[in-house]
Design a binder for this molecule. Structure first.
Ligand code: GRF
Length: 217
C-alpha cells in the first residue's frame, strides 16, 4: 500500500475518483493528505468528508514563486508520501520542486499531449478541428505539461460539440485513467527507460486507452 498526497486548486473531481478508488480497494494506495493553493477549493470539502487531512497554502501569501514551492514541499514531506499527484493544481512548480519529486510526481492534463499543453485545451481542440481529443497522465518534468506519458485516453470530437460537452466527455476518461495510472505506479509496474514509460503488464485494461507498450508481453 503506497501513500500519496494530492494537490488541487478547485473542483476536485479527479480527487474524488482517486478517493473512491482508494477507499474501495481498487488501487493499493491511500491518500494521506490533500493540499490546495486556494482556500475555497471545493475538493477540500470532499477530502474532509473522507476524513483525509487537508492543508491550504495560499500562493498569494508568497512574494516569490520559489518560496511557495518550498512551503508546498514542506507540507508534502510532512505526509511522507511515495507519490505526489497533481489533480487540477493550477500553479506552475519550479525546477527544484520537480527534481525533488522526480519519478514520483504525476499530472493529468486534458489533452492528448504533446498537443495542446497549457490552458483552454478543449476550446483549442475545437478551434483546430481535431477529430480525436482526450487526456494524458504523465510524469512531471520541469517543462510545463510535458514528461513521460503513462497513459492516454482518446475520445471522438463530435460535430455538435461545444467546449462543455467535449470537456465532459474527456472528464469521464480522466476519472478512469488517473486511478489506473496510480494503480500501475503502486503495483510497481511503471518503468522509466530513456525518458519513456514502460508498463510490465501483458495487456492494459480499459476501452479507449492508448496504453504504453508492454515490457512483459
Ligand atoms: C481536469 O480537467 C484536469 O485534467 C486538469 O484540471 C482539471 C481539474 O478538474 N488538469 P478537477 O478539479 O479534478 O475536477
Amino acid at each position: 500500500m503506497i501513500k500519496m498526497v494530492v494537490l488541487i486548486s478547485g473542483r476536485g473531481s479527479n480527487l474524488t475518483s482517486l478517493l473512491n478508488a482508494a477507499t474501495s480497494g481498487a488501487i493499493p494506495a491511500r491518500i494521506v493528505g490533500v493540499i490546495s493553493n486556494r482556500p475555497d477549493a471545493m475538493g477540500l470539502q470532499t477530502a474532509e468528508t473522507h476524513g483525509v487531512p487537508t492543508c491550504v497554502i495560499d500562493h498569494r501569501g508568497f512574494a516569490e514563486r520559489e518560496q511557495f514551492d518550498v512551503a508546498v514541499a514542506a507540507a508534502i514531506d510532512g505526509f511522507t508520501p511515495d507519490l505526489v499527484v497533481l489533480a487540477g493544481f493550477m500553479r506552475i512548480l519550479g525546477q527544484a520542486f520537480v527534481r525533488r519529486y522526480e519519478n514520483r510526481l504525476i499530472n493529468i492534463h486534458p489533452s492528448l499531449l504533446p498537443a495542446f499543453p497549457g490552458l483552454h485545451t478543449h476550446r483549442r481542440a475545437l478551434a483546430e478541428g481535431v477529430r480525436i481529443h482526450g487526456c494524458t497522465v504523465h510524469f512531471v518534468t520541469p517543462d510545463l505539461d510535458h514528461g513521460p506519458v503513462i497513459v492516454q485516453a482518446a475520445v471522438p470530437v463530435l460535430d455538435d460539440d461545444d467546449e462543455a460537452t467535449l470537456a465532459a466527455r474527456v472528464l469521464v476518461q480522466e476519472h478512469q485513467v488517473y486511478p489506473l495510472a496510480v494503480r500501475w505506479f503502486a503495483e510497481g509496474r511503471l518503468h522509466l527507460r530513456n525518458g519513456r514509460v514502460w508498463l510490465d503488464m501483458p495487456q492494459a485494461d480499459g476501452m479507449a486507452l492508448i496504453a504504453p507498450q508492454s515490457v512483459a508481453g
